[in-house]
Design a protein around this ligand. Structure first.
Ligand code: SF4
Ligand code: SF3
Length: 524
């Protein structure tokens, strides 16, 4: 077995797996090996914790551990080593008196028969997504024992040599169910903490003067940064998945939350090149930091990168604010354009806003003014095949509405596609963390029409990149949602046999061309 093997994300080498010295994401072999060791330690902790029952401390540690192995989160070996030690110590605490330090060797999963390896990978990557969502809810004080208990059970199953399809397939579906619970919890944490998102127009211009860019998904970090930087002459700009933060009343009430900087995560190495400001990463997607801006990148939460300043749990952001002042920002307002040349974007169309006009939407569908809804959402990434999503959205007929969420929206969110009934045709429902909002909207529309979600004039055209997308896909399958289009390529960890199962039971299709897929959707 190679020192490094990883095939958890969409950009995996050759569509098969990253091996050798480093992954396509820049993860080095030593880091990959530590992440495997960390996962092995979690598997043994899961086994031990199952006997113990739910424990607040164990739950948090398990979520933190899973989150740290997500793509583009943690590249920092000493941080991973310290986390492995904490996980081992927690297991030893549960098994009082035990001094066994050896962890489960993950290559036992990679070397399993193809379908077992595939199912175990789907479960592992799905629970990594749950770990991330659960962690974001946790830091806002929202916890659920059932989620913790399921994580123990799933980790335990990964270590079971005698588990076959019969045991693993139901666990795959349960991963989707628990992720839905986790997304609901996170939705509650965000909306109770920061209010229900409202539609906002967000400028892509960076005003002159000192500023800070904040990236990732953690709204609590943004809130604390806004509080600490208030009245200090420093402006705050969101980046990538932080954009939907502009919709929340408890965040947009700060006048120094100004706008959005740059586009999706994969452009950061160019967009941060000469940035006269510090950047705070609160989670994924963090790319290897280039020399041209390495003195201004800060991390917090599960995100970490060697040599960067990590803001610990005290959340004292004063070094960041001082750095913003030192760098001074732009001398004059700087216009950044979206990838389609747009100068502003819209966000904040979460479920409360969309459902507040449900009557109008339903009437418009019945009158034939809205022919179809598309949910074009998910992750962005570096592959050229992702232009599909721009082309798809551009070619949707004028009498259709496009719901979107996740960072994949940067392919088209600066397009002006006009309005239907006073609503912009592209409705940004939020981060990937807000998938619950889209699910609730679909459920409510299905109830209003008296049909199932599959019978709605709604099609899901999804883009995946990392493991949170895996957990969301499992949630959609758990809800029995069929006819999903998935791209830009299918996961390397889904074996042909398991793929057949998904096609047969859920009519999952790989994307083809915007023209062909649109024709297929709209004729049905
Ligand atoms: Fe490769 Fe993706 Fe794993 Fe990085 S996270 S090593 S790119 S498969
Ligand atoms: Fe994006 Fe990394 Fe998945 Fe939250 S920021 S959707 S890829």
């Amino acid at each position: 077995m190679e020192k490094m093997f990883c095939f958890q994300c969409e950009q995996t080498a050759g569509g098969k797996g990253c091996s050798g010295r480093a992954g396509v994401c820049g993860k080095q072999e030593d880091t990959a090996q530590l992440q495997d060791r960390l996962t092995g330690a979690l598997i043994l902790l899961g086994q031990a914790a199952l006997g113990q029952g739910p424990s607040v401390d164990t739950n948090r540690l398990v979520m933190e551990g899973l989150f740290s192995t997500l793509t583009n989160v943690n590249f920092d070996d000493p941080v991973l080593e310290a986390l492995i030690l904490r996980i081992q110590q927690e297991r030893i605490r549960i098994f009082a008196g035990s001094t066994q330090w050896e962890d489960f060797d993950l290559s036992r999963i990679w070397e399993s028969p193809e379908d077992i390896r595939s199912l175990k990978s789907i479960i592992l990557f799905g629970i990594r997504g749950i770990g991330a969502y659960g962690y974001h809810a946790w830091v806002l004080g929202y916890k659920d024992d059932e989620i913790g208990l399921f994580l123990y059970k799933a980790l335990d199953a990964l270590g079971k040599e005698d588990y076959g399809m019969e045991e693993l397939l139901p666990l795959v579906m349960e991963t989707g169910r628990i992720n839905l619970k986790c997304l609901e919890l996170l939705d509650r944490a965000n909306t109770e903490g920061f209010g229900n998102p409202q539609p906002r127009t967000v400028s892509l211009t960076v005003e002159k003067g000192p500023f800070i860019v904040i990236s990732g998904h953690d709204l609590r970090d943004l809130k604390l940064l806004l509080e600490q930087s208030a009245g200090q002459g420093v402006h705050i700009y969101t980046h990538s998945e932080m954009l939907p933060a502009h919709g929340y009343p408890e965040l947009n009430k700060y006048p120094h939350l100004k706008g959005n900087f740059g586009t999706a995560w994969q452009n950061q190495q160019q967009e941060f090149e000469a940035i006269p400001a510090p950047v705070l990463f609160t989670s994924n997607c963090l790319m290897p930091v280039k020399d041209s801006y390495r003195d201004r990148v800060f991390t917090t939460g599960a995100a970490a990168y060697p040599g960067m300043i990590h803001i610990d749990e005290t959340k004292d952001f004063s070094p960041l604010i001082a750095k913003a002042r030192e760098l001074g920002g732009y001398k004059a307002d700087q216009l950044w354009r979206g990838i389609n040349d747009g100068v502003e974007v819209h966000t904040g169309f979460a479920r409360h806003t969309v459902l507040s006009v449900a009557d109008k939407l339903i009437a418009a569908v019945k009158a034939g003014d809205i022919k179809h809804f598309f949910l074009v959402g998910g992750c962005d990434g570096a592959r050229p095949g992702r232009n599909y999503y721009t082309g798809f959205v551009k070619q949707t007929p004028r009498n259709t509405l496009i719901l979107t969420l996740g960072c994949g929206k940067y392919r088209f969110n600066d397009l002006d596609l006009g309005e239907i009934g006073g609503l912009p045709r592209i409705l940004d429902m939020g981060q990937c963390n807000d998938a619950y909002s889209a699910i609730k909207t679909a459920i409510a529309l299905a109830e209003a029409f008296g049909c199932s979600i599959n019978e709605l004039p709604l099609s899901l055209v999804l883009s995946w990149y990392e493991q949170k997308a895996v957990s969301i896909l499992l949630t959609l399958l758990h809800l029995g949602i069929k006819n999903i289009f998935l791209g830009p390529s299918l996961p390397a960890f889904v074996s042909p046999h398991i793929l057949n199962y998904l096609v047969e039971h859920f009519n999952l299709s790989p994307i083809s061309t915007p023209e062909a897929d649109l024709a297929k959707i709209l004729k049905s």
